[in-house]
Design a protein around this ligand. Structure first.
Ligand code: HEC
Length: 131
């Protein structure tokens, strides 16, 4: 009986701990634009500016969320990107950043893709602040 009581006690402690862990994990799942800015600097800034009207190897990403593909003035797009006929919603951006060639076949963006979904979500939250 005392053995039963001890194991019940352990079960209660384990249950309580998992509630605490879940409580800590939940806020970490919300996208974090400050972390996304670091991803941008590491993965995108070599080719893209976050300033309006500044085109580098790639077009400026200022205002990219909600923009139509291939519409940044003064940037020489590939035919594939120019004619992709997509709107850069967060959902489309998420797929594109994961696999650029799948979303815009023939893109000249020389970037293999970012597999980490949390980093993509943070990056897109940062891109959404560029307006
Ligand atoms: C090595 C250079 C390079 C890197 C790194 C790079 N890009 Fe690009 N990106 C390009 C080029 C070049 C294009 C133009 C593609 C075309 O015209 O086919 C482009 C196009 C784009 C477009 C389409 C814009 C439009 O106006 O239609 C988006 C969105 C984009 N990149 C996002 C990103 C993001 C986000 C990252 C970082 C995860 C990134 N890129 C990393 C070079 C790069």
């Amino acid at each position: 009986m005392s053995c039963f009581r001890r194991s019940m006690g352990v079960a209660v402690v384990v249950a309580a701990l998992s509630v605490v862990v879940a409580g800590f994990a939940a806020p970490a799942r919300a996208a974090d634009p400050a972390a996304g800015k670091r991803v941008f600097q590491q993965q995108c800034a070599i080719c893209h500016s976050d300033k309006p009207g500044v085109n580098k190897i790639g077009p400026s990403l200022f205002g990219v969320v909600g923009r139509h593909t291939g519409s940044e003035p003064g940037y020489d797009y590939s035919v594939a990107n120019k004619n992709a006929n997509l709107t850069w919603t967060p959902e489309v951006l998420d797929k594109y950043i994961a696999h650029p060639q799948k979303v815009v076949p023939g893109t000249k963006m020389p970037y293999g893709g970012l597999a980490n979904a949390t980093k993509r979500a943070n990056l897109i939250a940062f891109l959404a602040t560029l307006k």
